[in-house]
Design a protein around this ligand. Sequence first.
Ligand code: CA
Length: 239
Amino acid sequence: MSQKILVIEDEPTLARLLSYNLTQEGYETQVVDHGSDGLQAAMQQQFDLIVLDIMLPGMNGFEILSKLRQKGNKTPVIILTARNAEDEVVQGLKFGADDYITKPFGVAELLARVSAVLRRTMSEEQLQEKGGSGEKVITVGELSIYPEKYEVVLHGESIPLRPKEFEVLLYLVQRPGVVVTRDDLMNIVWGFDYIGGQRTVDVHVSSLRKKLEMNQQSVQIESIRGVGYKLVTHQLKKS
Ligand code: CA
C-alpha cells in the first residue's frame, strides 16, 4: 500500500510540482491550498507525512503544526521555509516539525527528505517489509546509496545532494579506492557532448565533499593532483 502524503501549499505551481513528483515516486498525495482546510484534512484523515508551507491563507503553518501537536497528532511534518529565514526553521522545529526544506529546492532534495523522514518514523515491521521488496542499495562503510531514489544515507542520516553530485558519488562508490579521472567523470556524468570543462567536475566534487565530510569524515574524496579523484572510507584506510 502506498504511503499517503498531505501537501498544504497555496502556491499553485509549487503545489503541482510537489504533488507531481511525490506521485511519480509512488506516494499517494492530497493537496490543500488553505490553512484551516489543511488542518481539518490532517485531523480527519490518516497521513504518513505532511508537507507544510508556512505562509498560508486562513491559518499559517506554525498554527497548524502547534494545533496538531496539541491534539496529540504525531504525523511527521516537513515544513517549507523561505530562503534565509532561520527563525522560521527554529520556530518550526520548536513546534514539532520533523524536518524542513528551504525554498527554492530541487526535486532530489525533496524526495530525499521525504524518504528520510518516513524511514525514521516507520515501524520496524514496515522497514522489514520494505527491505524484502528488493530495493537496490550500495553500501560502502557507513555510506548507503539508493540509486533508484537518488538517496544517500551516511551514519543513518540522509544527505541532500544535487543530481549531478549524486551521480558523481555513485560512480566513485562503485569503484572504492580506485582513482577516477576527471575525464571519466566528465564523460559519464555530463556526457561526451557537454561543453563545460573540467572545472565543472571540480566544483561538484568540492561541494559533494563538503556535504559528506560534514558528517564525521568517515567517507572522504581524495584529490589525486593532475589526475582525478578517489573515494576512501576509514575501513579501507585501515586495511
Ligand atoms: Ca505560501
